[in-house]
Ligand binder design. Structure first.
Ligand SMILES: NC(=O)c1ccc[n+]([C@@H]2O[C@H](COP(=O)([O-])OP(=O)(O)OC[C@H]3O[C@@H](n4cnc5c(N)ncnc54)[C@H](OP(=O)(O)O)[C@@H]3O)[C@@H](O)[C@H]2O)c1
Length: 287
């Protein structure tokens, strides 16, 4: 992995590892989770993205953060080079047989979740803490105040916001000031409506972190949207997923991607996307 970029004060790999599939429903178990995180760290990945809510609903909470901590504790590489980002503001539950993500943005609860995240990650201060998603029952400003309290108390060093509109980002900027360094929104060939936000982040000097950069696990979606990526991939002799990630990273120096995986093979393939050079014609073709 060769492409490093500045995410706020962190000089880190433009491709991070999205931990979520390793600990939510349909994961392949604890040992595969550790093996998969070790594989990406060994390959040079220096950015792991997790969340308070990355656990299977109804089971032990915060298993994602605990898995990340264990993987780092048992890894022989340079732990202090790894940026670990987490998020607060969502929980897990079942709605019948459907797993859901209830929101909880009350500032006093966010403060509690943030402290629990630091404890689960085994750190005095979280590198980068995102407000996961707006809770419509709480004014956004008040939730941001909860994140600000965690910064002020030294529980988190830097802040981000996720799943935000431009209006919400402006509220967060007012409350969090220069401590706000990243926006994490969904972006992929099946989810391209956040172009305005990407442009706004570039203008403000904020990192834009694409979540579910490969389309995520919520199938079915229109698979044909990936056809142009498959065509370009065939010419390069690589997976179309690598082309998707390279295309996203080519959208600007402020762009980061955090692909997920259930196993080492897929994340190791994705991490090679920063070695793929797409020509200007190919980028124009992909849009
Ligand atoms: N902020 C938010 O609200 C939010 C919401 C959702 C996700 N996220 C973050 O975004 C991260 C990524 O999202 P995601 O995991 O939903 O989706 P994703 O990265 O778009 O897709 C993951 C899926 O793609 C497959 N895959 C990955 N690399 C591949 C490759 N090189 N070749 C073939 N298949 C490949 C994986 O396959 P296998 O199953 O075979 O490994 C996995 O099923 C999450 O882990 C999480 O950190 C954030």
């Amino acid at each position: 992995m060769t492409l490093f970029r500045d995410l706020g004060p962190f000089h880190t790999t433009a491709i991070g590892h999205g931990e979520m599939p390793l600990t939510i429903e349909n994961n392949r178990g604890h040992a595969v989770g550790i093996e998969t995180l070790h594989a990406s760290l060994d390959a040079g990945c220096r950015h792991i993205d997790t969340a308070w809510a990355y656990y299977t609903p109804g089971e032990e909470e915060q298993t994602g953060e605990k898995l990340v901590r264990e993987a780092l504790d048992t890894w022989n590489g340079p732990r202090d080079e790894v940026l670990v980002a987490t998020k607060v503001g969502l929980r897990r539950a079942w709605d019948g047989d459907k797993p859901i993500w209830p929101r909880d943005g009350k500032p006093e609860h966010l403060i509690e979740y943030g402290k629990q995240s630091a404890q689960a990650l085994g750190v005095d201060a979280i590198d980068l803490l995102y407000l996961h998603r707006h809770d419509p029952e709480v004014p956004y400003e008040e939730s941001c105040e909860g994140i600000k309290a965690l910064l002020d108390q030294g529980v988190a060093k830097w802040a981000g916001v996720s799943n935000v509109t431009i209006e919400q980002l402006d509220i967060a900027r007012r409350v969090l000031g220069d401590k706000l360094v990243a926006v994490q929104n969904q972006y992929s060939p099946i989810h391209m409506e956040t172009q305005d936000m990407m442009d706004y982040c570039a203008k403000l000097g904020l990192a834009f972190v694409c979540w579910s950069p490969l389309g995520g696990y919520r199938h079915p979606y229109d698979e044909h949207l990936f056809d142009p990526f498959r065509e370009v991939a065939a010419k390069h002799g690589v997976s179309y997923q690598r082309v998707v990630l390279a295309w996203e990273l080519a959208k600007g120096d402020h762009m980061f991607v955090i692909p997920g995986a259930h196993r080492p093979e897929t994340i190791l393939d994705s991490l090679k996307a920063d070695e793929l050079e797409l020509s200007p014609d190919e980028l124009a073709y992909l849009g």
